[in-house]
Design a protein around this ligand. Structure first.
Ligand SMILES: C[S@@+](CC[C@H](N)C(=O)[O-])C[C@H]1O[C@@H](n2cnc3c(N)ncnc32)[C@H](O)[C@@H]1O
Length: 268
């Protein structure tokens, strides 16, 4: 599954604003006693997690940015960065070679907008491999399946149901957790002895956030069509009504997400 640069750029400021501050503070508290930190960011895209957390970590940081999309990885590696930061792009298919991404001098695992794409088995593998290495994990922005639109349309809930069903399709890691990832992932880490701090990181789009609303709504229409949920005519009419609200500056949306920081119990 590929993600366009324009989409990742568009969502980054909304993701940044949405990230749960309690969870970020837990990451910062873990990092505070350290003089330096070595981070691996799984499925880095254009490197938004680096930019969202750089100020919460010790000044000396090394980042291994991992993705299987070479064009995203090349751009992420070009980031403007403070002098104490070293960034190493690493092309890895995480479905196949997760262990290679985690091996070596790593102290913190980060990821964002990934866990809803992965399967139950892959999540188990991540938790097991992280635990074996006693690595803390900061995972942001897992979609939780709860979305609300204003003004309400009679087809909204059927559309959101179809989107949530689509989210559970295979995204390259086996049948995806989709919306279940938000609850399942922190539970999984707790079950194997991690201490977990979690909190909501919902996207909140107001009437002036037209471009991202249009992108999300269009993506939902495509997903619903692929699922064969509402009829094509109903989907087209729904999208036209929703776009009309966006264009008129009267549309708002909340799209539920969850962040967590999981720390091996007994570590500081
Ligand atoms: C929704 S984007 C999130 C990107 C970034 N973490 C962010 O929050 O902006 C999902 C990312 O997962 C990457 N990805 C998907 N499947 C992958 C795989 N099998 N191995 C490595 N990366 C993968 C995509 O290339 C994309 O960069």
């Amino acid at each position: 599954m590929s993600f366009s640069q324009s989409w990742l750029k568009l969502r980054e400021p909304y993701d940044k604003r949405a990230r749960n501050s309690t969870v970020l503070e837990a990451v910062a508290a873990w990092a505070a006693p350290r003089a330096s930190v070595a981070v691996v960011d799984l499925a880095c895209g254009l490197g938004s997690t680096l930019r969202a957390t750089v100020d919460r970590l010790p000044k000396r940081q090394s980042w291994r940015l991992v993705d299987n999309d070479l064009s995203l990885l090349a751009r992420a590696g070009d980031l403007a960065r403070p002098p104490d930061l070293s960034v190493t792009p690493m092309p890895v298919d995480l479905a196949r070679d997760l262990e290679a991404a985690l091996d070596g001098p790593v102290e913190l695992v980060t990821t964002s907008a990934l866990l809803d794409l992965v399967s139950h088995d892959w999540l188990d593998r991540l938790a097991t491999e992280a635990a074996a290495r006693k690595l803390p994990v900061y995972a942001a922005l897992s979609y939780d399946g709860l979305a609300t639109l204003d003004p309400v349309d009679e087809l909204d809930s059927a559309m959101i149901d179809a989107v949530n069903q689509h989210q559970r399709g295979d995204k390259g890691f086996g049948p995806a957790l989709g919306p279940a990832a938000a609850a399942t992932a922190p539970e999984r880490f707790e079950a194997i002895g991690y201490t977990v701090t979690q909190g909501a990181s919902d996207w909140v789009f107001g009437p002036t956030d037209g471009e991202i609303q249009t992108e999300v709504l269009t993506g939902w229409a495509v997903a619903a069509r692929e699922m064969g949920g509402p009829s094509i005519t109903d989907i087209i009419n729904w999208l036209a009504r929703r776009r009309g609200h966006v264009t008129a500056g009267r549309s708002s949306m909340r799209v539920g997400h969850v962040d967590f920081f999981a720390r091996p119990t007994g570590t500081r």
